[in-house]
Design a binder for this molecule. Structure first.
Ligand code: UD1
Ligand code: MG
Length: 417
């Protein structure tokens, strides 16, 4: 074997000659781009009613409106950044063997493609950057809200970390269930709001006008965080569902906050809802960027990083804005999915690693299995269908539940509370 000697004269290193016909590794090939139809459609559906409500319909005090709009602009920049970073991050996660196979395409060429996993990490990081930049630019250092806002960010940040750890290490199911209760602790410790609940009018004669629940209320909020994070994670497994449900619920939360601000004159109450908006706008914007890659056929998977992050953010937003009951009604499909899942989660019935429908590669249609999930129940109720049409059906159902919640609030106002 000949050993090539070093050049005797030191000089600038010559670039290595290019390899003849280098074949790019599969992980270095670019992923399919964002789906622009999804982006344009979603933005139109969200931005038109939003601009109308905030600029014309509701008379919101200028200072508050300015803060909300600055936050909207920061969120928009967050959207662009997420859109640009997802293809870059996809290459890096593939190089580290963080990928999954699309189970609902098994038996077709698409079923053997390595789909990059855990792209929720990009959404989570850009979300945090947007929230921190907004705080830096717009929240005064002596604001009463800063402690709660920072605690909320700490809880969300911790949940992103735990979600990513789960994606990398595949934590056992029972441990997963408990993680959010630890992540929610910073927010619960900093929570300065009331722990008193207003008793519904029909029950006032038995319990009085309100009851101070004290630590029980904080326990309830902790359980809410555990529920929201896991509920999003187990209502999943078909392209676009994890992010789609997040976007629909987050839009309903945004609408609820704007309606409450517009209909109130109490500055404290308005501030509570404004702080909820400051977190939910970046959530919608960054999630939409991920949605455009995760829509069927998915070029990336969101991972537990995203489901935990999104669930925790929405729980935090509901807690800070004091509307956890409304939030739970927005979560109706997730509550139904959780109830249907209970026998398997509790171990009474065998729970496989994936509780997904059966895919027929010939027809390209999904059939519901006996596993207790809303996805399977919908397939059994409405018949076999394609993954995309099933996802649309489930997202429409999510939207109907949110609209029903607004209707319920409308008819119960004055009678219930
Ligand atoms: C939860 C569900 C599990 C479901 C899984 C799908 C429970 C108790 N667990 O588990 O039943 O199968 O989510 O996310 O209800 N995948 C697809 N298509 C998609 C999204 C995901 O095929 O659109 C597959 C991919 O192989 C991906 C994997 O699911 O790699 C991700 O699963 P993971 O999020 O780790 O599952 P869990 O959250 O543990
Ligand atoms: Mg998951």
């Amino acid at each position: 074997m000949t050993v090539r000697k070093r050049a005797a004269v030191p000089g600038p290193a010559r670039p290595a000659p290019p390899e003849p016909n280098p074949t790019p590794k599969p992980e270095d090939q670019p992923i399919a781009g964002a789906k622009w139809g999804v982006i344009v459609g979603c933005w139109l559906a969200i931005a038109v009613p939003y601009i109308y409500a905030i600029l014309y319909h509701y008379k919101i005090e200028w200072e508050l409106k300015k803060s909300i709009l600055i936050n909207a602009v920061v969120s928009l920049l967050g959207f662009v950044l997420t859109l640009a970073l997802i293809p870059v991050a996809s290459k890096y996660v593939l190089r580290r063997n963080l990928f999954g196979y699309d189970i609902n395409k098994k038996g077709t060429p698409q079923g053997s493609v390595k789909v990059p996993e855990s792209l929720g990490i990009v959404v989570g990081i850009v979300f945090l950057v947007s929230a921190i930049l907004f705080q830096f630019a717009n929240i005064p250092a002596d604001s009463n809200w800063l402690v709660e806002y920072n605690a909320a960010l700490a809880s969300i940040c911790f949940m992103i970390l735990l979600g990513f750890v789960d994606d990398v290490l595949d934590i056992p199911w029972r441990v997963k269930l408990l993680l959010p209760s630890v992540a929610a602790l910073p927010l619960l410790m900093a929570y300065a709001g009331h722990t008193t609940i207003i008793i519904p009018k029909p029950l006032v004669q038995y319990f009085g006008e309100n009851i101070d629940l004290g630590w029980i209320y904080k326990l309830y909020m902790g359980l809410l965080a555990v529920f929201c994070t896991n509920a999003i994670n187990i209502h999943a497994g078909i392209n676009g569902l994890e992010v789609g449900q997040t976007v629909v619920i987050a839009c309903a939360i945004l609408a609820h906050n704007i309606m409450q601000i517009g209909g109130s004159k109490d500055p404290e109450y308005q501030q509570a809802h404004a702080f909820s908006i400051y977190l939910v706008q970046p959530l919608i914007a960054t999630s939409l960027a991920l949605f455009s890659f995760n829509w069927n056929p998915s070029s990336v998977f969101v991972g537990d990083t995203f489901t935990y992050f999104a669930g925790m953010t929405m729980a935090v937003v509901g807690i800070l804005g004091h509307f956890s009951e409304t939030l739970l009604i927005f979560f109706t499909p997730q509550v139904l999915n959780f109830l249907a899942s209970l026998p398997q989660l509790a171990g009474i019935i065998y729970c496989p690693r994936h509780r997904l429908p059966r895919f027929d590669p010939q027809s390209g249609l999904l059939t519901g299995t006996k596993d207790g999930t809303l996805v399977n129940i919908f397939l059994r109720l409405f018949g076999r269908r394609s993954e995309r049409s099933l996802c649309i059906l489930l997202l429409v159902f999510q939207g109907i539940c949110c609209c029903f919640c607004f209707y319920l609030r409308y008819i119960l106002t004055g009678w219930y509370k």
